[in-house]
Design a protein around this ligand. Structure first.
Ligand SMILES: N[C@@H](CCC(=O)N[C@@H](CS)C(=O)NCC(=O)O)C(=O)O
Length: 271
């Protein structure tokens, strides 16, 4: 019996739903309302002491950390395996997970809260907005959240996060010139783990960041055609939420374009 505590929009929840779908595994869904602060509820922090989703409960055992949950599910589920047998390909897969877990995930939170739900959070009463920030357990993430909610795309953290995303897209493009999937000739956990982060750019109305990378765009399109995409993403995130997430980038279009031009010029000078 599998119960997944997750959130529709959260990137790391999308990853776990992706592998559950690819492995045809049933689960009981328990959605956590992150904007309402349900992750801070006393009952939930017994399940995830870091106040985060996702958490998987398998019978009596709690498994946390989305990448680790993906690998666990691959091992307990029947059928096709998404951890490569070849040691080098398995290493390649884990390198993508490492990049996501140690760098990109935090930058995705910066990009997301500079845009997406920023207006909604800022419109809350001051004490509710303050609680949403001060309840964040990690002090670095807490300071970053405060900065991007205050300054939006003008926050220095936003520029750095976009630069880091561009570096990842360059690396993905290079990999996909060599192999059809991120860890080699076969679809693997790496593809499912990277997908939500590339998609997040699109969901936030930052598609122009992906445009210069044709192999990434083709890979994204292949991922979207798999049934796992609808099962992990499409069926969970309502159209009106997606429209809302894109709205702020439309409002901040000029500032974002100026920033992308500035980053582009710096990269040209450096090369
Ligand atoms: N390293 C963790 C990160 C989990 C994480 O950051 N979860 C986010 C959603 S993607 C969350 O629950 N945030 C709670 C909040 O924003 O207060 C994992 O991969 O599972």
């Amino acid at each position: 019996m599998l119960t997944l505590f997750h959130n529709a929009v959260s990137t790391c929840s999308q990853k776990v739903r992706w592998i559950l779908s690819e492995k045809n595994m049933d689960f009981t869904s328990r959605e956590i309302d992150l904007l309402a602060g349900e992750q801070h509820a006393d009952w939930y922090i017994k399940i995830h002491p870091d106040h985060m989703v996702p958490a998987l409960v398998h019978d009596e055992t709690i498994i946390r950390e989305s990448s680790l949950i993906m690998m666990y599910l691959d091992q307990i589920g029947d059928g096709e395996r998404f951890i490569p047998d070849n040691p080098l390909e398995a290493h390649q897969m884990r390198s993508w997970l490492h990049l996501i877990d140690h760098t990109i995930h935090a930058e995705a939170a910066v990009v997301t809260f500079s845009l997406g739900p920023r207006n909604l959070i800022n419109a809350q009463p001051a004490d509710v907005r303050e609680a949403a920030i001060s309840n964040i357990v990690d002090p670095i993430a807490r300071a970053q959240r405060r900065s991007v909610l205050d300054l939006g795309v003008m926050a220095p953290e936003f520029k750095r996060a976009v630069e880091r995303f561009i570096k990842m897209l360059t690396e993905i493009e290079a990999q996909l010139q060599r192999t059809p999937w991120l860890a080699g000739p076969k679809l693997s956990i790496a593809d499912g783990a990277v997908l939500p982060y590339v998609l997040r750019l699109e969901h936030l109305g930052l598609d122009t960041i992906i445009t210069p990378y044709p192999a990434v765009a083709a890979w994204l399109s292949s991922m979207k055609q798999r049934p796992s995409f609808a099962n992990a993403v499409g069926q969970w995130i309502p159209e009106e939420v997606l429209a809302f997430m894109k709205q702020m980038a439309a409002d901040d279009q000029e500032a974002i374009q100026n920033l992308l031009d500035e980053i582009g010029n710096t990269m040209k000078e450096a090369s």
